[in-house]
Design a protein around this ligand. Sequence first.
Ligand SMILES: Cc1ncc(COP(=O)(O)O)c(C=O)c1O
Length: 371
Amino acid sequence: MSSLQPAVVPLPRKPLRSPDLTRPDWTASSSRNPKLLWLDKNENLDPELASVATEVIKSAIPCALNLYPDAEPLYRKLAAWMGVEPGNLMLTPGSDGAIRVVFETFINEGDVVIHTQPTFAMYPVYSQIYGVNRIAISYERKDNAPSLSVDRLTQAISKHKPRLVCLPSPDSPTGTVFSPVEMRKIISVAAAHGAIILVDEAYHPFYAQTTVPLIAEFPNLIVARTFAKAWGLAGLRIGCAVASKEVARSLHKVRPMYEVNTLAVVAMERMLDHADEMLASVRRLNAGKWYFLDEMVKLGFPVLRGEGNFLHVAFGPNAAVIHQALADKVLYRADFREPCLAGYSRFSATTKTLFQPIIDAISRVTVAKQT
Ligand SMILES: Cc1ncc(COP(=O)(O)O)c(C=O)c1O
């Protein structure tokens, strides 16, 4: 017995030992005040869509809880809805799951990965988890708005010859997009340099443009989609990756026993029968967003009319008093550290009706300050 070594704490893989890779404390509470309107995480809290989804989930529960998933009907129906074939798809836990699967399938330690900055938080995190050589292309601030030219991005691809380019469209938190012509150029330049490009369409169809049809032409293109935003199913954790059949086959190699849970499979399959209600919800939320933005402009505040299910307003010298006035009403992101968005507050889109009390509160304190 005495020759046994004392137990030591095992070290994780080398990239995970970096002190820069820290994750939120899972033992700390992150619960939100139920008395407030939650416009802080770009969820879809549209009450009308929520009642449709609730009925669908209720109907799915009896055939979902005690069974392992059979995802084939969902693959078939989802492929038809997206205009692709089941062989082009991989279901994933949210679009976050699609991003992870792409890294797991294609990335070796030390590979070059390009992503925009700021962007969805998990791009830097997966880059660290997989030990990549990460190149962050920062948005500049131009005319008081985040700006990234197609030339800067394509030049970075030509220069660094990355293994992977990650590009949300629209990007988050900036809400920015490239035009369809520019997207094709970025994908072509990536192809010419042997790079995979992951186009993250989490906010489809708040922004209706899509690169999905381009998968037939570009085997280096992978598109990530989610049912968390427009479909209002963030809690189910379901999304998908869309790619050429060859690439989809590679993605499926890292599939766990079951790629998504049975409730998500059954509920999503049934939700696809309610695509019209989803589109009506998107129209309601976009209308709420434009209404809120127009009201903010009337009050004299600069705004960003981005393409996601969120918007930005710069309250300027009124910021402190407005944040105070909204504190008992709504959760939102008050400010950003990144220079391209500094001074802007971000609100998730909601309906005109739910935005109205927020507009009223902002108007009251703004008018009071001016008089
Ligand atoms: C650009 C982008 N991609 C992916 C995600 C993650 O979405 P999901 O909940 O489907 O994992 C988000 C979430 O906000 C996002 O903004």
